[in-house]
Ligand binder design. Structure first.
Ligand code: NAP
Ligand code: 8YV
Length: 315
């Protein structure tokens, strides 16, 4: 029996290919331009890391399912997928713990300047009589606002509880069974808290919503942590607020135009910058890779995807 043809797009984790090879005929072109029309017409599934736009969907007339690596699927044109009846899947939940752990690490590093203190030691400044300066900020007594309380936001909140900080949140819909204070707008949340952790998806509504007004509401002792998408932050406003002392510090895992990081941020001492590594451990990336493969295997075997996104067909 002929195996269905699957196209692998982008820099995919090796495990995805390893898992799929037994079940499918794998096409691995260097670029979509290298796929002949004949091959394109045979492709029924796609494993994707990175983007897949409307033009890419048009190339594969018989595509039925696209399995995307990552929980955020903003780079996949789900509107076109839905119009063409293509199921899109993502990798939710398997990365919640890793991303939440990273968010807490980033928060502590930002507040307690641990990367700077280590650099100070490595640079040979720790000598008799010399101590790293006391940090301006402490996590103790802070009021942390979560912008986003979904799968990952809830795990971040759970990890914050033992730190004895007050926790509040803003989402569009109030969550049942959650004891944290709810704020109906991001502005109201920013006015109430002194520490904001963003973990929302990239959508039309979240574009640059963390703007000058929000940063100013956090205040001069305010801390911003972003582990969602750089898209949500007005980086010019952030640079201005940090530079003018209107915001205390920021910890960022994600940027507006990755991998570009604004020079102004690179030269600031009150920021901690990570290269989008929140889920980037071997075990977690392997689990994400397995879910990419399992979605395709399940769909072709049982006609049912495991984690379809809500915008496209569910099977
Ligand atoms: P999720 O379960 O869908 O949660 C998203 C949360 O954001 C929900 O609480 C949702 O609540 C809220 N939200 C969405 N749009 C909003 C808006 N316009 N205003 C206010 N709140 C809004 O997603 P997740 O699994 O937690 O992942 C969240 C995002 O994190 C992903 O989409 C991805 O972009 C990012 N991420 C980044 C990394 C990294 O490596 N840094 C890793 C994993 C994920 P309502 O629907 O009630 O508004
Ligand atoms: C990954 C992420 O870095 O899952 C997401 O949405 O942003 C991260 O886990 C990315 O998906 C793949 O490189």
């Amino acid at each position: 029996m002929t195996k269905p043809a699957i196209i692998a797009v982008g820099k995919l984790h090796d495990r995805v290919i390893e898992r799929l090879e037994d079940h499918f005929e794998m096409l691995r072109p260097a670029s979509l331009d290298d796929v002949s029309p004949n091959d394109a017409s045979r492709v029924e599934g796609a494993a994707v890391s990175g983007g897949f736009n409307a033009a890419a969907f048009q190339r594969f007339p018989n595509l039925k399912i696209l399995s995307s690596f990552g929980v955020g699927y903003d780079a996949i044109d789900v509107k076109t997928a839905a119009e063409k009846g293509v199921v899109v899947t993502n990798t939710p939940d398997v990365l919640n713990d890793e991303v939440a752990d990273t968010a807490i690490g980033l928060l502590l590093n930002t507040i307690r300047e641990l990367p700077r203190a280590e650099a100070w030691l490595r640079d040979g400044h720790w000598k008799p009589g010399a101590s790293y300066p006391l940090t301006r900020f402490s996590l103790k007594g802070r009021h942390v606002g979560l912008f986003g309380l979904g799968r990952i936001g809830e795990e971040i909140a759970a990890r914050l509880e033992p730190f004895k900080v007050k926790i509040s949140y803003h989402t569009r819909h109030r969550k049942d069974g959650v004891a944290y204070d709810y704020y109906a707008s991001l502005k109201a949340l920013a006015e109430a808290v002194d520490t904001l952790i963003a973990i929302v998806p990239k959508t039309e509504q979240t574009h640059k919503v963390i703007n000058a007004e929000i940063l100013s509401a956090l205040g001069k002792d305010g801390i911003l942590i972003n582990v969602g998408r750089g898209w949500s932050v007005d980086e010019d406003a952030l640079v201005a607020a940090l530079g003018a002392g209107q915001l205390g510090a920021a910890g960022l895992d994600v940027f507006y135009n990755e991998p570009e990081v604004p020079q102004a941020l690179l030269s600031m001492s009150n920021v901690v910058l990570l290269p989008h590594v929140a889920s980037a451990s071997m075990p977690t990336r392997r689990a994400m890779a397995d879910l990419v493969a399992d979605n395709l295997i399940s769909w072709f075997k049982n006609g049912k995807a495991i984690t379809p996104v809500p915008e496209t067909p569910q099977r």
